[in-house]
Design a protein around this ligand. Structure first.
Ligand code: FES
Length: 117
């Protein structure tokens, strides 16, 4: 098995594709630059991968965020408010401080979805 020196506790994929963040289509904004800045300022870069992605699939529930870890994937939809992205950043900070992924914030639990059924 290949080994990587880059060890992270998780990856957050923030969709910003054809629908997520497509404000010209009336969809909520994805604060991409703010997220990148927070990731840098809060010291998350080396421990929690932030990936801004093109379409990840479930375009009917924009905006979509996927959290990957060795425990699998958690998919979130309808992340349309800035405060929800702020919650995700604060959660990522707490996870890095603990060294593992914590349960998602309660206010985001209702946004969980399973696109593979
Ligand atoms: S653009 Fe985000 S799921 Fe398609």
């Amino acid at each position: 098995m290949l080994e990587t020196k880059r060890k992270v506790i998780g990856q957050m994929i923030v969709c910003c594709g054809c629908c997520c963040g497509a404000t010209q289509k009336g969809r909520p904004e994805v604060p991409v630059e703010w997220l990148k800045d927070e990731w840098r300022k809060r010291g998350l870069l080396k421990r929690f991968q932030l990936t801004v992605s093109e379409c990840v699939g479930p375009c009917d529930i924009p905006n979509v965020v996927v959290v990957n870890s060795d425990n699998g994937s958690q998919w979130l939809g309808n992340i349309g408010a800035f405060d929800q992205y702020r919650s995700l950043v604060e959660w990522a900070v707490r996870c890095v401080e603990c060294g593992h992924l914590l349960e998602l914030p309660s206010e985001l639990q209702e946004h969980l979805t399973e696109p593979w059924r």
